[in-house]
Design a protein around this ligand. Structure first.
Ligand code: ATP
Length: 545
């Protein structure tokens, strides 16, 4: 049995980002009322279909459905029952009995005797059919199904059937003829975000708005306030699986290149490495802060003879940057390595690592990328087999030729970085490239100056679609020179004496780089805000949920 056509899509505007405060409030109120009206309408159509069926009347099949009592949810027994994942429900299982667990995605009463319950598990959905029939399914059981609140967790036992027509409302092309139905985790009847609204395609929304139709668009703050619900959308499921793969490839690639994974402390005495703002804290009476990067300790690990190290860990920046690409806490992917003669050895690693990473994502995560693209359409990243390297001076010249004046010994601002990204894409056909030999003045004190011109440094930044994802460099490993450079940059040497002393016991030439995990995912998928790629983002205005 296949479900009749879906009802029309919601038609309420809830874009709170536009208009004046009062307009916003009125819109919000109207949206609320409309939602309420729809809820009531839905509830009354469901209950009129089922009028006359009492949940309280004695039912000989009562043991086949209901809310599972708390006691039975307290790890009471190991039954060894076999569970089937919804994603693996296929025609091969026709006529077999299966047991599945998932969320009540949609619930629909067709008549007193028939109801459809679409159950969702990790992005896959299956249509479960309740048809009242003697000895199998009672009218009360159908009513119980339709009284379930959306997003509740249910266990369904039933027989797999193949309807022979395309099932629009579910990913799996089989149905489950329900025999038993239990609720193991109830959701509130009215949720603050409707998952369907939160997962709606941006293209669909734009088209509807252009056609003058009203459509629900859940704004960013609402999504983040109710992140647990927002995370359930297919796009978010894809984003965080991609994030996991970026981290995974980073680790696997560096392990295969002889790097050792390390963990440096996040509680730091004094004020970390100076520069950007730090979160200060009291460490048993001593002033301390949260590490703004693993920089100093990963270099100290090189002094400890690990040769090549990497770390995946949290990085804290108390920045007052209210931008689409800055967070107060993000995940740093860091690497540090001995070099034999040139900082290009570090850039070689970056080159091969990221080409391997992009290849992996394109080859192994097609489904996730497609799902993300369904909501937030994007073009695949253009990158070369051998990553383009330009010097800072060449970049400045390209900008100059395009009529953009920048300080040749200063840093590039966001706008010029974007412009350069555009110029590079046009000229070289890549949206991923390395810019190196930055002016020394704009790099941290531990950066090695160039041998041929001390105004420049052996450093580099890496860009995706015109935005920075990596900073790297050769570091100063000569302690006296390091102390001089720290002083020149206004850092009190005694505050970093343990770091500088590490080099006094003998240190190899070395370099490394730091990547922002959330930025890589954001830019690979051309998303417009880093908050979309942070599970529970922390920014200057947000420390919950
Ligand atoms: P930006 O110029 O974009 O502020 P930065 O030069 O301060 O970055 P680094 O200190 O070099 O960045 O950090 C290395 C990488 O860490 C960056 O290239 C970026 O990917 C990531 N990163 C830095 N700051 C943040 C932040 N506040 N939120 C998220 N990611 C960040």
């Amino acid at each position: 049995m296949s479900e009749p056509k879906n009802p029309p899509v919601d038609s309420v505007t809830e874009d709170l980002q536009e208009g004046s405060q009062s307009k916003k409030a009125a819109k919000k109120e109207a949206a609320k009322l409309e939602k309420q009206r729809r809820r009531e309408q839905h509830a009354s159509s469901a209950s009129s279909a089922l009028a006359g069926v009492s949940l309280d009347a004695p039912d000989p099949l009562a043991a086949n459905y209901g809310d599972v009592p708390l006691e039975d949810l307290q790890s009471k027994a190991v039954t060894g029952r076999k569970w089937t994942e919804i994603g693996s429900l296929t025609e091969d299982l026709k006529d077999q009995s299966v047991l599945i667990r998932g969320r009540a995605h949609t619930i629909r009463a067709v008549s007193k005797k028939i109801a459809f319950l679409v159950v969702r598990e990790r992005g896959f959905t299956v249509q479960c059919v309740l048809t009242a029939a003697a000895d199998l399914v009672s009218g009360q059981m159908v009513k119980f199904a339709t009284s379930l609140s959306k997003e509740s967790f249910v266990d369904v036992e039933g027989i797999v059937s193949v309807p022979g027509v395309h099932i629009k409302s579910a990913s799996q092309q089989v149905e489950v003829q329900v025999r038993k139905l239990y609720c193991v985790g109830k959701a509130l009847p009215a949720l603050p975000i409707n998952i369907e609204d939160a997962g709606r395609s941006e293209i669909f929304i734009e088209k509807a708005l252009q056609a003058g139709e009203q459509v629900v668009r859940v704004n960013q703050d609402t999504r983040l306030n109710f992140r647990v619900l927002d995370l359930r959308t297919p796009a978010n499921q894809g984003i965080f699986r991609i994030q996991c793969q970026v981290e995974n490839v980073f680790r696997q690639f560096l392990l295969s290149e002889g790097f050792v994974g390390i963990h440096t402390p996040k509680l730091i005495a004094g004020s970390s490495e100076g520069g950007s703002a730090v979160f200060k804290l009291d460490y048993k009476g001593q002033p301390a802060c949260l590490a703004q990067s693993p920089q100093l300790h990963k270099q100290m690990a090189i002094c400890g003879d690990f040769g090549r190290v990497f770390e995946i860990g949290p990085v804290f920046r108390a920045e007052d940057s209210y931008t689409h690409r800055h967070l107060c806490e993000f995940t740093g992917l860091d690497a540090e390595m001995e070099i034999k003669e040139h900082y290009s050895e570090v850039m070689d690693i970056v080159d091969r690592l990221f080409v391997a990473m992009f290849d992996h994502l394109n080859e192994k995560c097609q489904k996730e990328l497609e799902t993300i693209g369904n909501q937030y359409p994007f073009e695949p990243l253009k990158y070369l087999r051998k990553t383009l390297r330009l010097t800072f001076q060449e970049g400045v010249q390209m900008l100059k030729d395009a009529g953009v004046e920048v300080d040749p010994l200063g840093d590039l601002n966001t706008e010029s970085e974007r412009k350069l990204g555009q110029l590079v894409a046009e000229k070289y056909g890549t949206e991923f490239y390395i810019l190196h030999r930055y002016p020394l003045a704009v790099r941290p004190f531990y950066t090695m100056p160039c041998f041929d011109d001390p105004a420049y440094s052996n450093s580099f930044d890496v860009f995706i679609r015109g935005e920075e994802i990596i900073s790297g460099a050769q570091r100063v490993h000569i302690p006296e020179f390091l102390a001089t450079r720290a002083e020149a940059c206004g850092i009190e040497v005694k505050t970093i004496s343990t770091y500088i002393d590490s080099f006094r016991y003998g240190a190899p030439p070395h370099g490394g780089f730091g990547v922002g995990l959330e930025r890589v995912v954001m830019l690979f998928c051309a998303l417009n805000n880093i908050r979309k790629t942070s599970l529970f983002p922390r920014d200057p205005l947000r420390i919950t949920p």
